[in-house]
Design a protein around this ligand. Structure first.
Ligand SMILES: [Zn+2]
Length: 269
């Protein structure tokens, strides 16, 4: 075990920490439990706020996000698309962004495609030494992959050090194969393991592309706890370990190492 995985054996790669009403307490509690958190935000305004009030938390990385649901229901619009694209051009941490062509987003595909396309183009055109993006894709994995490919944000011509993560992947096995080919990673929650397809994907994904997430809290703008984050991550790890026939104590450090490299927390002590 290296210094990074000793320091943070569990890493939550998709967590709406900033929308917990006690976010700072949860972040501190997580640090005591040696948990690092990729805080994914749902609007660029939230991202800018969270960058402020979570900036002194050494175990937290704040992403710049624009969740497709916020575009679908009109809570966000053109000004937010403009702002998130500007922020994405300089931020090493992007998320939650993506496309939702399921029930909640089916009639707003055009604005979602515009927003996601602009964000991904900003990433591709402004390469950074390291960048990580957490992507929501409901009934839209193919469209997400098309945009990643067309813009060059993923695949052979992608900027070195850029990693696109499918959060809670629910596409087809052909889309999974395509995402793997493009070099994407996959964050798996205990919820994903409740479906047969989710379990099958968790069993077959390459170990070096596998990450953990909680997608907590279950409802935004309510209190949550570091204990609940730890319990959810531990259940997800145990579930994946069982599916793969590996000891969780062996699998945990491998997954943590993937995450810590992406968040540049390796060796932090
Ligand atoms: Zn989320």
């Amino acid at each position: 075990m290296d210094a990074g995985t000793r320091q943070f054996p569990l890493v939550d790669m998709h967590c709406h920490l900033d929308r917990m009403t006690n976010a700072r307490d949860v972040a501190r509690g997580a640090a005591k439990r040696n948990i690092a958190i990729f805080c994914t935000t749902v609007t660029p305004h939230d991202a800018e706020l969270a960058r402020g009030f979570l900036s002194d938390m050494p175990n937290v990385r704040v992403g710049v996000g624009l969740h497709p649901w916020w575009l679908s229901d009109g809570r966000c619009g053109a000004a937010d698309i403009e702002r998130v694209s500007q922020l994405a051009a300089t931020s090493p941490y992007i998320g939650e962004v993506g496309l939702d062509f399921g029930k909640r987003g089916a009639v707003t595909q055009a604005i979602q495609l515009e927003a996601f396309g602009r964000i991904v183009r900003a990433i591709a055109e402004h390469p950074l030494r390291r960048r990580v993006a957490s992507i929501h894709a409901i009934r839209s994995a193919c469209a997400v992959l098309d945009i990643l490919e067309e813009t060059g944000a993923a695949g052979p011509g992608a900027p070195a050090g850029t990693c696109c993560i499918f959060h809670w992947f629910s596409g087809t096995s052909d889309e999974l194969a395509r995402a793997r080919k493009l070099g994407c990673c996959f964050s798996v929650s205990e919820h994903m393991l409740k479906s047969k397809r989710g379990r099958e994907y968790a069993r077959q994904l390459p170990l070096d592309r596998l990450l953990l997430e909680t997608d907590a809290p279950p409802g935004l703008d309510a209190p949550y706890s570091a204990e609940a984050l730890e319990a959810s991550l531990t259940r997800a790890l145990a579930g994946i370990a069982e599916l793969r026939g590996i000891n969780a104590a062996e699998l945990g450090p491998l997954i943590a190492r993937n995450s810590l490299a992406l968040l540049e927390l390796t060796g932090w002590a």
